[in-house]
Write a protein that binds this ligand. Sequence first.
Ligand SMILES: [Mg+2]
Length: 404
Amino acid sequence: MNRTILHLDLDTFFVSVERLLDSRLRDRPLLVGGLSDRGVVAACSYETRPFGIHSGMPMKLARELCKDATVIRGDAATYTRYSGVVTEIIRENVPLFEKSSIDEFYADLSGMDRFFGTYCYASELRQKIIRETGLPISFGLSINKVVSKVATNEAKPNNQMQIELGREKPFLAPLSIRKLPMIGDKTYLTLRNLGIKQVKTLQEMPGEMLYRVLGRNGLTIWERANGIDTAPVIPFSERKSISTERTFDRDTIDVHLLRTLLAAMTENLAFQLRRGEKLTACISVKIRYSDFQTYSKQLKIPYTSADHILIPRVLELFHQLYNRRLLVRLIGVKFSHLVHGNYQINLFEDTEETIRLYQAMDKIRLRYGDRSITRASALGVKTLGRMTNPFNGQPPTILAHRKL
Ligand SMILES: [Mg+2]
C-alpha cells in the first residue's frame, strides 16, 4: 500500500522566533548565537547566506563576513516553549506524528485521502500553525520521509510542495547529491571525487557499485537517490526516555555519596544522549527509602544534552525530594521528552571551547568506554557502568530502561 507522509519544518526557527518577539528585526540580516568572541553561530537568517555564513561557524568570523548583521544571544527556553506550542497544534490535528527535532515533524496521513485530499489537509494545517504562532513553516508531501524532507527543503522559505506518486525519481534527479539526507561532508567529498554531482548519476549507477565504495551506507544512499525509503513515522510519545538507577546493598544516609552518584549517573546519561544525537526536555529523580516508600519529582527544562546544565538541575530536584532523613535504598535519574538534536541548542551559552571539551571527552569515551573520563564532581563514584568496585563489592549501576 502506498503511504502519504508529510514533513513539516519551521523556517530558520530561532531567527523567526526572535523576529516574532521584536518586529524591528524583520528583513535585517540576523545572527543568533554566542555573543563572545569565542561564541558560535546557532542560526542565521536568509539575508546572511550570500555572505557565506552558516550555523556552527565561529561568531567572530560571521561578524566579519557580514558587518551589518544584528547579533542576538539565543535563548533555549524561549525556543523550547514555541516548539511546544507548534507540537500541540500538530497533536490536535494529526493522529500519528513524530517530532524529529525541535523544529521538525513527520506525520503519516495514509488512508486519509478517502475522506479529504491530504494536500488540502496539510495546507490547512500549515496555515493554522502560521496563524496561531506567527512562525513561518514549510512542508513536503510524498510517499515517504526522505522524499518529503527533500521536498520541504526545495519548497523553503515559507512554502509547500507535493511530489505526486511516481514522480519521486524525476523530482530528485536534477538536484545536487548534497540535498539527500545522509550525505555529509565526508560522503559528499568521496562521491565528488568519483565525479558524481547530481542525484541523477546515482540513480543510473548500479547499487552494487555504491556498495563497493561506501558499504551498507552506499546501498541506502542509492535507495534514497531512487526515492525509496520504508522508514516508518515513529509516534511521538512522552514515554521516550532513558534512565538509570542504583539500588544500594546497604541503605545509606550519606548525602555526599548520593550527590556524587547522581552527578555521575547524570553525566553518563547525558553522554548517551549526545551519542544518540538526542536532547531532553524533562528530567526526573527518584528516591526509594528503606521503608520502600518511593518518591519522584520531575522538572521540565529547555532542550539540552549538556551535563554542566543537567547536573545542577538533577541535584536541585534531589534536594527538594530528599526530606525524610531516612536511609535511602535506591536512587534514579530519568531523561524524557527526547527529541533528535545536537549541541546546536546550547550554542548560545557555550563557547567554542566548551563544545570542543564535550567533543573531546565524548571521543575518549567512545574509544575507551563511558567511564574512562569524568567530571571531578563525579570522581567519588567508581562503580558506575560495567565495572564493579572491587573494594566495596557494590554492584554496578544498571541502565534499566533504555528506549532511545
Ligand atoms: Mg527548521
